[in-house]
Design a protein around this ligand. Structure first.
Ligand code: UFG
Length: 339
């Protein structure tokens, strides 16, 4: 039987590269489309080293519809995953138009072209940011979405709506939005991982760069929140586990198991971990001492959020498996490989 092919838009990025590896491991062919605006060819090279497969790579801006169209003319994929978006919350406040233009145009082009070329299945990278500050923990897919607090968050909500409405309109097409919690860690081989540009905004890259001596001191943003140790709580999900959720989502659509044309799943572990717990866990697992201090709260941070992943567990047959300690060790191993 001919192998199914999957287009991975944004496949040179952090989650895209890990997902490409897991798709190949599951027997899919993959085509990567990426404009390398926030990613590097070394990720594609890392995928080749891990899998032994030279994945076709097209450098293209998915916002450029005519250029993107050529990928559809050239490759015969029936499924696509959309990672081709900008993701820095703070930057989105400074440059809202960039975020609306990039994130929405690339998705709309993908949906339109999939429809035009008679291709069927789309997975979209959504985020737990759509829940805002939830009234109840853990959050389920039924937890109401709250008004977004950043243009980035707004693009995630709007993109979900665009996918939902278009899948309803385009008979035969199916979409799944995966609401990621906080992806961290790197591939066990340390051949691919997160490559933040400039000063990292996210916790784990800042932690690893501090441990490596690139940053002097980690600021823990707030220890006076109404949580057990006063720091914020998140659901940290290993990036390889997250990647496997995409494989499960594609498989569900390919196998005709979707219960409706548009579905949403939380992708998290179900376990809330505080910033201080994560920092101490990192020190313990890796045998390093982190220079950190308690700093004022960061504007816009939510206090606590973690997933109820039951729906993904039962419907997708997917479960987060990698223990947090292993994930924190992989993040450190990756950082050290960057020297
Ligand atoms: N934090 C620090 N110090 C740092 C960086 C982060 O204490 O230097 C804290 C934050 O205050 C927060 C936690 O670590 O409490 C996690 O922060 P991240 O920036 O790593 O992640 P966020 O939860 O703020 O944001 C992430 C993604 C977004 C996504 C959001 C959804 O980066 O893309 O989750 O809630 F929208």
């Amino acid at each position: 039987m001919k192998k199914q092919c999957v287009l991975v838009a944004g496949g040179a990025g952090y989650i895209g590269s890990h997902t490409t590896v897991e798709l190949i491991a599951a027997g899919y062919d993959v085509v990567i489309a990426d404009n390398l605006s926030n990613s590097e060819m070394r990720a594609v090279e890392g995928v080749r080293k891990i899998t032994g497969i030279e994945v076709p790579f097209v450098q293209v801006d998915c916002c450029d519809r005519e250029a993107f169209r050529k990928v559809f003319e050239q490759y015969d994929f029936d499924s696509a995953i959309h990672f081709a978006a900008s993701k820095a919350v703070g930057e989105s406040v400074e440059k809202p138009m960039l975020y609306y233009r990039n994130n929405l145009t690339s998705l709309m082009n993908l949906i339109d072209l999939m429809h035009e070329f008679g291709r069927h299945n789309i997975v979209f990278s959504s985020s737990c940011t759509v829940y805002g500050e939830p009234d109840k923990q853990p959050v389920t897919e039924q937890t109401p979405r709250k008004p977004a607090t950043s243009p980035y968050g707004n693009t995630k909500q709007m993109s979900e709506d665009i996918l939902r409405d278009s899948m309803k309109a385009f008979a035969g097409m199916k979409g799944i939005a995966l609401r990621y919690f906080n992806p961290i860690g790197a591939h066990p081989s340390a051949l691919i991982g997160e490559l933040p540009r400039g000063v990292p905004q996210n916790l784990v890259p800042y932690v690893t760069q501090t441990a490596a001596g690139i940053r002097e001191c980690l600021s823990v943003f707030g220890d006076d929140y109404p949580t057990p140790d006063g720091s914020c709580i998140r659901d940290y999900i290993d990036v390889t586990d997250l990647a496997k959720a995409h494989v499960a989502a594609i498989g569900r659509m390919v196998d005709g198991k979707s219960k409706s044309e548009y579905e949403v799943f939380n992708i998290g572990t179900g376990r809330g971990v505080s910033v201080l717990e994560l920092v101490k866990g990192f020190e313990r697992v890796n045998g390093v001492k982190l220079n950190y201090r308690i700093a004022p709260r960061r504007a816009g941070d939510i206090i606590a959020i973690w997933a109820d992943p039951t729906l993904a567990n039962t419907e997708l047959g997917w479960k987060a498996e990698r223990p947090l300690d292993e994930t924190l060790a992989s993040a450190w191993k990756w950082q050290q490989s960057l020297k």
